[in-house]
Design a protein around this ligand. Structure first.
Ligand code: ZN
Length: 265
């Protein structure tokens, strides 16, 4: 693990706030680091669930398709295991709240998250794409409709789509499963307009999510990271804000508010 650096200075926060206010279309890309601060164990890295229990099969989607009934039975059995348990009790942290605040201010236009935990929505964020799905939702793999868990009856497995009778699956994207086309389309559209990306709680190494940030940078846009440790994304970031996102993002949001007030007066 990289040595921890001192937390972001006020001058760094101010520089980032200035860049965000000067941007014409700022978006954010978030990842597991934000979830960890809400008590959700990561998949990768030290203490990660996959590190502990081994990676799930790389053909998880094909396994689902080959026996959806069994896949649903497994899913129901796992409702209280080490991943699902923390998801059920997790609450948005100040980092999630700060990003939602930046959206409410009209400063942050869109958010792409790799997290499946629903916490950005719970914090009040509305313009977002959950690129790996949302654990609370069930998705029809034929028509793409999403349903909340309680809307779907599970007496007969696998359940069928109320709209088209298609096969239903948890919205969380499995290994080997294509990113749902509607989500991917939103990400492509918003990142194409973006001239600044706030990368929070992710080393941005998992594709396709990472590609959106890198593409904005390649077009001459700006990258601001908020991460606990230096990582592969750091070398291409214009501003690196060290520290937990739950501390850095609220400072950043407060700085944006102050700076905007000062500019308006
Ligand atoms: Zn359907």
């Amino acid at each position: 693990m990289a040595a921890s650096a001192p937390n972001a200075t006020d001058a760094e926060i101010l520089a980032a706030a200035r860049a965000i206010l000067d941007a014409s279309y700022a978006i954010a890309l978030t990842g597991a680091g934000m979830s960890v601060e809400s008590g959700i164990p990561p998949f990768r890295g030290p203490g990660g669930l996959w590190t502990k229990y081994g990676e799930p099969p790389m053909n998880g989607y094909q396994i689902f398709l080959s026996d959806p009934k069994k896949a649903w039975e497994d899913r129901i059995r796992r409702q209280n295991d080490e991943l699902w348990g923390p998801l059920k009790v997790a609450k948005p942290n100040p980092g999630h709240t700060a990003l939602a605040e930046l959206e409410a201010l009209g400063v942050l236009r869109f958010l792409i998250t790799q997290n499946v935990d629903d916490l950005h929505r719970q914090a009040g964020h509305s313009a977002l794409a959950e690129i790996h799905g949302n654990w609370k939702l069930i998705r029809c793999i034929e028509c793409g409709a999403r349903f909340r868990g309680e809307e779907i009856r599970l007496e007969v497995l696998p359940p069928q789509c109320p709209k088209c009778d298609g096969l239903l699956k948890g919205d969380t994207v499995a290994f080997g499963e294509p990113i749902p086309p509607d989500v991917l389309q939103h990400c492509v559209e918003h990142s194409a307009r973006a001239d600044l990306v706030i990368v929070a709680g992710t080393s941005a190494t998992v594709y396709p999510a990472a590609g959106f940030a890198i593409e904005v940078k390649q077009r001459g846009g700006m990258l601001i990271e908020s991460n606990l440790y230096e990582s592969e994304i750091t070398r291409i970031c214009d501003i690196s804000l060290r520290g937990p996102t739950g501390e850095v993002m609220p400072r950043l949001a407060a700085s944006v508010v102050d700076l905007r007030k000062a500019r308006l007066s």
